[in-house]
Design a protein around this ligand. Structure first.
Ligand SMILES: [Zn+2]
Ligand SMILES: [Zn+2]
Length: 74
């Protein structure tokens, strides 16, 4: 197969969600280093993404993007 596609960086399953290591907020959403910078992006599958957020969350709202870059209301 020539089209490998994009895989979860954690478990190697099909990546579906772009996780932002520095969480996006309304204040930094326009900062492209954070919103689009590859250093801050991590492609993950849904189950890993859920696990990341289960561990990290606890306060505030997070903005999640699907694989097309559309915001998924959290
Ligand atoms: Zn995964
Ligand atoms: Zn995330």
């Amino acid at each position: 197969m020539s089209s490998v596609g994009y895989l979860c960086e954690i478990c190697g399953e099909i990546g579906e969600i772009v996780h932002h290591k520095i969480p996006l907020t309304e204040e930094n959403l326009n900062n492209t280093k954070i919103s689009l910078g590859s250093d801050n992006l991590q492609l993950v599958c849904r189950s890993c993404h859920k696990r990341i957020h289960d561990e990290l969350d606890g306060k505030g709202r997070r903005i999640i993007f699907d694989e097309n870059g559309n915001i998924i209301p959290f």
